[in-house]
Design a protein around this ligand. Structure first.
Ligand SMILES: CC(C)=CCC/C(C)=C/CC/C(C)=C/CC/C(C)=C/[C@@H]1[C@@H](COP(=O)(O)OP(=O)(O)O)[C@]1(C)CC/C=C(\C)CC/C=C(\C)CCC=C(C)C
Ligand SMILES: [Mn+2]
Length: 426
């Protein structure tokens, strides 16, 4: 792991100052007034949307009675009061989707494309900023090579922004999953969140933060999905079991669906797209959820060795399985049939995500298709391993990854017509 990422996992603030290039004076000189000038459109009605129809829990969801969103909850994280408990996670998350979509709606559509704000910073700061983005690119290349290659097709502004977001997400995940994770407390996460607020106000702490600080000025990115990701990390600290899919869905939104919501304002919606902004956000959310469900299914053995079971407890029980069965890690027919259902659900989310990719700006589609095809193939590999995700880690071979890239490219240029690549499931 690069040293640059390691430092951040310390819960002590002293550690932060040890970061080589964190010339905070220079970082702070980034024009903070620009963030204040970021346009914010008002919240639109949280009207029911056709995309709510699909209910992953297969419970019937009365969309007509959908609770009107109480937007005060967005000033913090999603509320979880007794009253809120009556609202499903799907609805709560969908309210966030609606709000995010309405926030960017005008900016994304006004000129048919994103209105990237010009750099108005001084020369010295500009070169520091360039360096900051270069460091983000290095981290991204080191951690996610295929994805990094995909971003090279995007416009320079957009790919730099995606790298900055990637690095912030990676560092956030490292807090709870990295080598110093055992020292991480809710207070450390609170501090991380304060840093996030600072960088959104134009006061970045270090170089990586400076890149993101610049990104959120240039693109209509809202802080909420970032805050929600930190909340997901809090949840991961305090929880090692999920009662049902509703609970798991919320966790998946926090740690992964949020990534989709952060990325769409950068990727942009194609000017020729007839889709609603909400539906594109919904697909982006679905891709994050699909990826995280896939992660969970791939890592069952690994997670159980850390005492964690992310699978819905009620569904395990219905299948006649217990935590003990997971810890024992024996592939039985009960397990196979349980896994088949879980895989089917993850694929439904991938299908939902597919609908939106074509609506993105053409130059942004390739990395998204690549990530979708590659992640979805992990599910195929779990099947190929005869559902042994206790002792085997399903992975996509280098050859298959390479093969996926041209398919992803073709899909990104031909629009919606389905191509039989052998990669995408019908
Ligand atoms: C319309 C449409 C479909 C638009 C596309 C929207 C879009 C770009 C969605 C991206 C979805 C995505 C890549 C989600 C990431 C999901 C994920 C893997 C989350 C991981 C969380 C924690 O998991 P865990 O700890 O269980 O797993 P590990 O063992 O640690 O892997 C994360 C690790 C959270 C941190 C997420 C990242 C580091 C990825 C961030 C990625 C980006 C910002 C780039 C997204 C852009 C593209 C092109 C994929
Ligand atoms: Mn992780």
């Amino acid at each position: 792991m690069p040293v640059a990422l390691l430092w951040v996992v310390s819960p002590t603030t002293e550690m932060y100052s040890g970061f080589g290039i964190a010339d905070s004076a220079a970082c702070r000189s980034l024009d903070s007034s620009r963030s204040a000038s970021r346009a914010r459109s008002s919240v639109s009605d949280a009207r029911p949307n056709k995309h709510m129809k699909q209910n992953w829990n297969s419970r019937s969801l009365n969309v007509g009675k959908q609770k009107r969103a109480d937007f005060s909850v967005y000033s913090g994280t999603l509320a979880n009061t007794a009253e809120e408990m009556a609202v499903s996670s799907e609805q709560k998350v969908y309210d966030v989707v609606l709000r995010q979509a309405s926030l960017v709606n005008r900016q994304l559509r006004s000129s048919g494309d994103l209105d990237v704000k010009p750099d108005i910073v001084l020369q010295g700061t500009l070169s520091l900023l360039n360096e900051a983005y270069d460091r983000c690119a290095e981290v991204c290349e080191e951690y996610a090579k295929t994805f990094y290659l995909g971003t090279l097709l995007m416009t320079p502004e957009r790919r730099r922004a995606i790298w900055a977001i990637y690095v912030w997400c990676r560092r956030t995940d490292e807090l709870v999953d990295g080598p110093n994770a055992s020292h991480i407390t809710p207070t450390a996460l609170d501090r991380w969140e304060s840093r996030l607020e600072d960088l959104f106000r134009g006061h970045p702490f270090d170089m990586f933060d400076a890149a993101l600080s610049d990104t959120v000025v240039k693109f209509p990115i809202d802080i909420q999905p970032f805050k929600d990701m930190v909340e997901g990390m809090r949840m991961d600290l305090r929880k090692s079991r999920y009662k049902n899919f509703d609970e798991l869905y919320l966790y998946c939104y926090y740690v992964a669906g949020t990534v989709g919501l952060m990325s769409v304002p950068v990727m942009g919606i194609a000017p020729e797209s007839k889709a609603t902004t909400e539906s594109v956000y919904n697909s982006a959310l679905a891709l994050g959820i699909a990826n995280q469900l896939t992660n969970i299914l791939r890592d069952v053995g690994e997670d159980s060795r850390r005492g964690r079971i992310y699978l819905p407890q009620d569904e395990l029980a219905q299948a006649g399985l217990s935590d003990e069965d997971i810890f024992t890690g024996k592939v039985t027919d009960k397990w196979r049939s349980f896994m088949m259902k879980q895989i089917r659900r993850a694929r439904m989310f991938f299908d939902e995500a597919e609908k939106g990719v074509t609506e993105l700006n053409s130059a942004s589609r390739w990395p998204v298709w690549a990530s979708l095809l590659l992640y979805r193939q992990i599910l195929d590999e779990i099947e190929a391993n005869d559902y042994d995700n206790f002792t085997k880690r399903a992975y996509v071979s280098k050859e298959k990854k390479l093969l996926a890239l041209p398919f992803a490219y073709v899909r990104s240029v031909v629009g919606n017509s389905r191509i039989s690549s052998g990669l995408a499931k019908p």
